[in-house]
Design a protein around this ligand. Structure first.
Ligand code: SF4
Ligand code: SF4
Length: 405
């Protein structure tokens, strides 16, 4: 019999890649801007090349709902796999424990070893705090501002607060957080059912157990899996690896398995109404988000009437109305925009003012004061259509009332 492979390398790879991604994303750019960042001063979410302004936060809400339903679906099918394989709390705890072991192996409980371990925890905590801040202040601005002491009060306090909490967590709490505090862990327990993925000590195979207790000793949550599935289990698979290691030496298969329901009976029941319902909700939300992004205009125009002398009858009999337009370029590219006007009811109008070749940098607003002039004004006030054009296309429009006094 071939030795059974261990789970640990796969879990470590997943942990490494997810952590690397979390650290890397703030450094990635698209169109000169962060790939993913919430820019608080402009109240804009930079999201993979798109700029989602606060007015469009329904898109962000949709993303949150998709994440939540995706988490719920993953939990229903894969149990607490998030906790053991992806959760940053588990990853930093694993890292701190690994470092502790290495230092203890070299220096024992010597105070220098203890100081090095505390320093490692502190650096890890500062990295976590800085990583969080990078999702609000680009690291390309963060480091120069940090070096010149211009990071800003809110950013500095946030960094220090997160770093302090993480440092205390790494020093005093660690796995107890997952066992007793984590609200997401509690929610997952409510969601899981007897068919969710879990670790099982195969009761039909219990006779082969040599009672070495390696599975128990390997468990970071202090569980004895031989007593059956327990709520604290984070699906990390360490007990499975411990048993496989022992059993590989005896050229026998391990006794502990990942299973969907007892004896894998749950596999066929994975398409239960709960899973189907959640998968349906997830897909509908994804479709609504795609629709929202595809149908999103690259620019907007809002028009307000001018003030005091907003309507003027000119010497030649023409009438002019004065307006202020607020233009916004929501795309990731700078561009030149033009304003044009047409009269849906017939007749002609012209625009007066700086309405051609308006320079609009990406994600920026412009205020343009202009007038609509009608050489042959209608007898009564009527709506006219103002269009914002870019590259020969109308990208936004607004209906305004042309007043004739
Ligand atoms: S019982 Fe096994 S899978 Fe569950 S937490 Fe302990 S070692 Fe990890
Ligand atoms: S590691 Fe395997 S053999 Fe050893 S006690 Fe656990 S289940 Fe039994």
């Amino acid at each position: 019999m071939l030795p059974e492979p261990l789970i640990a390398p796969k879990r470590k790879l997943v942990q490494f890649l997810s952590t690397f991604l979390l650290l890397l994303i703030p450094f990635l750019r698209s169109g000169g801007e962060s790939l993913l960042r919430l820019d608080a001063p402009t109240r804009t979410l930079l999201f993979f090349g798109a700029s989602v302004r606060i007015e469009e936060f329904f898109l962000l809400l949709l993303v949150m709902l998709i994440l939540v339903s995706g988490f719920l679906l993953a939990t229903l099918v894969l149990g607490r796999v998030w906790c053991g394989w992806f959760c940053p709390q588990t990853t930093i705890t694993d890292l701190a424990e690994y470092f502790d072991q290495k230092i203890r192996a070299r220096l024992g409980e010597h105070f220098i070893g203890q100081a090095i371990r505390q320093l490692f925890n502190l650096l890890l905590a500062l990295l976590v705090g800085a990583n969080l801040v990078w999702y609000f202040i680009s690291p390309y601005a963060f480091f120069p501002r940090l070096l010149t002491g211009e990071l800003g009060g809110v950013a500095a306090i946030s960094l220090l607060a997160v770093a302090t909490v993480v440092y205390l967590d790494l020093t005093l709490v660690r796995r107890s957080f997952c066992r007793a505090v984590c609200p997401y862990g509690r929610i997952q327990l409510m969601l899981m059912d007897e068919n969710s993925l879990a670790l099982e000590f195969d009761p039909t195979d219990a006779g082969r157990c040599i009672l070495c207790r390696c599975c128990e000793k390997a468990c970071p949550m202090g569980i004895d899996i031989k007593r059956g599935m327990q709520v604290e289990c984070i699906n990390c698979g360490r007990c499975l690896d411990a048993c496989r290691t022992i059993m590989n030496e005896r050229i026998e298969p391990g006794i502990i398995h990942y299973t969907f329901g007892i004896g894998c009976a749950g596999k066929v029941r994975l398409l239960s109404w709960k899973v189907s319902l959640l998968a349906g909700v997830f897909l509908v939300l994804v479709m609504v988000l795609v629709q929202g992004i595809v149908g999103r205009s690259e620019a907007t125009i809002k028009v307000a009437r001018g003030t005091a002398s907003e309507v003027q009858r000119l010497n030649d009999g023409a009438v002019a109305n004065f307006y202020t337009a607020y233009l916004e370029n929501r795309s990731a590219k700078n561009g030149r925009y033009d304003l044009s006007v047409n009269v849906p009811a017939g007749g002609s109008a012209e625009l007066l003012g700086p309405v051609q070749g308006i320079w609009l940098p990406a994600n920026e607003n412009r205020r343009v004061v202009f007038a609509v002039r009608m050489a042959r004004p209608p007898a009564v006030s009527q709506p006219v259509l103002l269009q914002l054009r870019h590259d020969g296309r109308t990208v936004a429009s607004a209906e305004i009332l042309f007043i004739v006094q």
